[in-house]
Design a protein around this ligand. Structure first.
Ligand SMILES: [Zn+2]
Length: 259
């Protein structure tokens, strides 16, 4: 079996905070889900996904040198609800599109295949969060809702934008552009419009989720934003992509505060 696809995120996190992104490599899933699918809701064999999750947890425990780590997932619904984890994990996972915790040893995970995964961490390393930012959640304010859960001010929160569909492949209609323009304040109309480039087809736009997320975070007061475009469609051998293949798995973007 190839080496497990689990990469550390190059993020200037405080001591004790660890960030990771998984890839398709190294798990047990087969066919369209090959090989390291971590999602139970996509049609893959549940026992196989649980084996993959076990592999993931073991690798995280080893890399963080912390055998007490536990995983917390969420049932993502493209909404804006944030689940606050108090130290006990919930199974089945809560219906939410962001997870926040100030508790140690809880690995917060978001599962995606084109939507934008966002990691958040306070400068003092005591508060962490993940968010699932597809265009709907992003437009409706999932990142702002996540920031509201922090005791730290947004200026003291670092954010990282993970692998997601890039402007090269994210074709949207007028409805998406109109929704973002309607939700943007007056002084950001121009910048918001600039995140939608004229599409290859009439009436279509190429949307830049990363630029839209940065705008929302900057407006909320976040100053430290990292993570460049890593297009999941361009890099479909490495990451799962729903646009590239409708029946597919999900990779995880993860953050933990290890003791
Ligand atoms: Zn692309």
């Amino acid at each position: 079996m190839p080496e497990l696809g689990l990469n550390r995120v190059d993020l200037a996190t405080p001591a004790g905070v660890h960030c990771f992104v998984s890839t398709r490599q190294g798990g047990f899933s087969e066919g369209s889900f090959a090989a390291f699918n971590l999602a139970l809701h996509v049609g893959d064999d549940a026992a196989t996904v649980r084996r993959n999750r076990k592999l993931l947890l073991a690798s995280l425990q080893q890399q963080c040198v912390e055998p007490a780590l536990k995983l917390q997932w969420m049932q993502q619904v493209h909404g804006t609800r944030v689940w606050r984890c108090n130290g006990n994990t919930l199974e089945p996972p809560p219906e939410a599109d962001a997870l926040y915790t100030a508790a140690p040893n809880i690995v917060l995970g978001v599962l995606t295949a084109d939507c934008l995964p966002v990691l958040l961490c306070s400068e003092d390393g005591k508060e962490i969060a993940v968010a699932h930012a597809g265009w709907r959640g992003l437009c409706n304010g999932v990142l702002e809702a996540t920031l509201e859960n922090f005791n730290s001010s947004p200026a003291q929160v670092r954010c990282w934008l993970g692998p997601a569909i890039g402007p090269c492949h994210f074709e949207v209609g007028n409805d998406v552009r109109d929704a973002f323009l309607a939700s943007a304040p007056g002084h950001q109309q121009t910048a918001t419009a600039a995140a939608f480039m004229t599409g290859h087809k009439p009436g279509k736009w190429q949307a830049d989720l990363y630029a839209l997320a940065r705008l929302r975070l900057l407006t909320a007061g976040v100053q430290q934003i990292s993570g460049q475009v890593q297009c999941t469609v361009c890099d479909a051998d490495r990451y799962y992509s729903y646009r590239q293949q409708a029946v597919t798995g999900r990779f995880a973007t993860l953050i933990v505060r290890a003791t």
